[in-house]
Write a protein that binds this ligand. Structure first.
Ligand code: FES
Ligand code: FES
Length: 159
């Protein structure tokens, strides 16, 4: 039988215990073991950001992280953004701004934007562009994505 390691992680607030082969990535485990398919499998070499999730408050390309490295960590995926059936303000703003075209990059964009706003609730356009620089959008929705992040920041100010 192939060697596995036991890891304990918290995913979207739920504790999970998993047996994982040493070569499986965090992306493999999220998508294949936990059926959380929001993080997308694309370049697998850390170039596109489609697999972005938040680990202990920081964005990571989950295709570059071994699952065993995530042992003990708190992980948030795009599935963890909506609460009680209501979209997160950032998700709502992406919809309102028409940021999602094919939608493939959007989970990664959302997670990068979420982490950006958590650390900097009022980013400038340049800071948004820098914060999301690792997330490519083949549909070219960059303007709408930036507008959605700005709108979410402005909305946060009003609340
Ligand atoms: S699939 Fe991970 S960065 Fe592209
Ligand atoms: S919306 Fe299609 S890749 Fe970004």
């Amino acid at each position: 039988m192939a060697e596995t390691h036991r890891i304990e992680v918290t995913v979207n607030g739920l504790p999970r215990m998993l047996e994982v082969p040493p070569h499986h990535t965090l992306l493999d485990v999220l998508r294949d073991d936990l059926r959380l398919t929001g993080a997308k499998e694309c370049c697998l070499v850390g170039e596109c950001g489609a697999c972005t999730v938040i680990v202990d408050g920081r964005t990571v390309d989950s295709c570059l992280v071994l699952a065993v490295e995530a042992d003990g960590c708190e992980i948030t995926t795009v599935e963890g953004l909506a609460q009680d059936g209501s979209l997160d303000p950032l998700q709502r703003a992406f919809l309102d701004e028409g940021a999602a075209q094919c939608g493939f990059c959007i989970p990664g964009q959302l997670m990068a934007a979420h982490a950006l706003l958590a650390g900097n609730p009022h980013p400038t356009v340049a800071e948004i562009q820098e914060g999301l620089a690792g997330n490519l959008c083949r549909c070219g929705s960059y303007l709408q994505i930036t507008d959605a992040v700005l709108a979410t920041a402005a909305e946060g100010t009003r609340r």
